[in-house]
Design a protein around this ligand. Structure first.
Ligand code: ATP
Ligand code: MG
Ligand code: MG
Ligand code: MG
Length: 354
């Protein structure tokens, strides 16, 4: 009898649409020759309002690749958030492919842990650490990984007392200078991120980031090439070949990420063997520093002028569409998309084996 894989996608986050496309690609891989003999697919779609759909509706969402329109009033929503489709009890192993808050951040991992069913990817701790850029940077610093200078800021510093601001602005300018990057601490897809070059832009950017998250990070800007490495495995993780992203926009913002033709991926990146090996080593150190498992994509800045490699971030549930960096890096490393999905499920089973 086949292993029933619960593919969990959609979710309450700005990356809902990407999640649907990632899940469609994974569903196809589970049904592909080789995997279809081993696995049975049970898709579960989480609507934007947080309500779970059963396999029939979820399959329709996978087929159409379009989110369901939701219009649940807030009173019945609360009750429905505690109702799960009956088929959830049939799942042997979960494959959550939820990007961003409420899915990549440990919340769903907590729910799946309580269900006592193995799941693909990082657990509660690593997901939460990997999602919060402030705590993530603390973990990286502890592991000795070089990174940009940064400051952690709370929303209350930006909003509560206007008199705090000139001082905060002075401090940011003195510590980090311009350009700097202002980011909500717990997001992805560049949502809420601004590159700022002046005090007035800084004020607008902090206010904007504060509208997304209580926790805000401001980072010194670097001029660098952007390279990424994929990691696969549990206690002895493997690093893929290294890829590079290029684009013409000011930085790798939301529009550049999701508009066809605005960014190019180069796999493998044109780097010396030495830099490639350094990126791969740092990717594994980053994976272990946050206690990631299964998969992660680690993003770096390579400052060509100085030869420095700085870690930018880890993504514990990276984009997983057929054209996403994570599966493409593995394809270039000799692991096909379908094989990758198989290996991730096997890694989940291995991790939860007692
Ligand atoms: P993802 O979609 O990969 O999860 P994210 O929302 O977590 O992205 P970051 O990777 O932190 O955001 O930043 C997005 C982009 O902003 C980077 O790819 C880079 O182009 C630019 N950027 C961010 N921080 C810096 C920095 N300190 N110096 C220079 N560029 C930066
Ligand atoms: Mg990220
Ligand atoms: Mg992300
Ligand atoms: Mg990134």
């Amino acid at each position: 009898n086949k292993l029933r894989v619960g593919l969990l996608f959609g979710g309450c986050s700005g990356e809902h649409e990407v999640s649907i496309v990632s899940a469609s690609a994974i569903a196809k891989a589970i049904l592909a020759d080789g995997n279809s003999q081993k696995y049975e697919l049970l898709p579960f779609y989480i609507q934007k309002d947080g309500i779970w759909q059963g396999v029939e509706v979820s399959q329709q969402v996978l087929d159409s690749k379009q989110p369901l329109q939701t219009s649940t009033d807030s009173d019945s929503l609360k009750a429905k958030l505690w109702q799960f489709p009956p088929q959830v009890t049939e799942v042997d192993v979960w494959f959550p492919i939820l990007h961003g808050p409420n899915g990549e951040d440990g919340t769903v991992q907590g729910l799946l842990s309580l269900m006592q069913v193995p799941f693909v990817g990082t657990g509660v701790l690593g997901s939460a650490v990997g999602m919060d850029k402030i705590v993530m940077k603390m973990a990286f610093a502890q592991a000795g990984l070089p990174q940009v200078k940064y400051m952690a800021i709370n929303r209350s510093q930006v909003w509560s007392n206007p008199c705090v601001f000139p001082k905060l602005g002075d401090e940011i300018e003195a510590n980090l200078g311009y350009p700097c990057f202002v980011k909500p601490a717990n997001l992805g897809s560049s949502v809420g991120i601004s590159k700022v070059r002046s005090r007035s832009e800084l004020e607008v950017a902090l206010d904007n980031a504060a509208s997304y998250d209580r926790r805000i990070i401001v980072e010194a800007g670097v001029k660098a090439r952007e390279v990424e490495c994929a990691v696969l495995g549990n206690d002895n993780p493997q690093a893929s070949v290294v890829g590079e992203i290029t684009y013409n926009s000011d930085f790798y913002d939301y529009e550049t990420k999701y508009t066809e033709g605005k960014a190019d991926l180069f796999i493998p990146a044109k780097l010396t063997l030495e830099i490639t090996a350094k990126v791969q080593e740092m990717a594994i150190q980053a994976f272990q520093a946050v206690d990631a498992a299964g998969l992660a994509r680690v993003d770096f800045f390579y400052v060509e002028a100085t030869g420095e490699v700085l870690i930018n971030e880890i993504n514990t549930l990276p984009g997983f569409t057929s054209t996403s960096m994570y599966p493409q890096l593995w394809a270039a490393s000799g692991v096909s998309f379908a094989e990758l999905v198989d290996r991730l499920i096997l890694a989940a089973l291995e991790r939860f084996r007692k």
